[in-house]
Write a protein that binds this ligand. Structure first.
Ligand SMILES: [Cu+2]
Length: 166
């Protein structure tokens, strides 16, 4: 068994293990101790919904809704929206002035997803009753990774324009 006495050199296998451990340590540092040990793109999403409002519909059983999702973590996806107040809630994008229904909207890592007048919007159809200024409409935003986020959307005047800036 002379082989046993060869000068000891790390095998390819043990080198690979060492390299893997180094990558994991770097990723953990980058994620600030998140339970996900992958690269930052797979870090846990940290979502916050702000600026939600619904302009009071003047007639009919339809309304639109707006809000902004701010994400300080990894990427997520808004997959659907539902509400007890309406039989149908769909997500629309505005392309060249025309509305297009979308099945999902990406929420980028460390980024935001905006639903704003003239752009992306929620479309409520077959509303239970016509929401009036001062009402609140409870809505569930369903995200692929964060699960369901409940939002109370305040109903504003029909001509309400949110303040911009910081
Ligand atoms: Cu629409």
């Amino acid at each position: 068994m002379t082989r046993r006495f060869r000068p000891s050199r790390p095998s390819r296998r043990s080198l690979a293990v060492v390299a893997g451990a180094a990558v994991t340590a770097l990723a953990l540092t980058g994620c600030g101790g998140s339970e996900d040990s992958g690269p930052s793109a797979s870090a846990k999403p940290e979502l916050k919904v702000s600026g939600a409002y619904m302009p009071a519909p003047l007639s009919g059983d339809m309304a639109t809704g707006f809000f902004t999702v701010t994400n300080s973590g990894g990427a997520d996806t808004l997959t659907s929206v539902s509400s007890d107040a309406a039989a149908d809630v769909t997500m629309h994008e505005t392309k060249d002035g025309a509305m297009v229904e979308e099945d999902f909207f990406a929420v980028p890592a460390d980024g935001r997803l905006a639903f704003a007048s003239g752009g992306n919007h929620l479309m409520f159809e077959k509303l239970d009753h016509r929401p009036k200024e001062g009402d609140k409409v409870a809505v569930d935003l369903h995200f692929a990774r964060s699960g369901t986020v409940e939002v109370e959307i305040p109903v504003k005047s029909a001509t309400y324009v949110p303040k911009t800036g910081h």
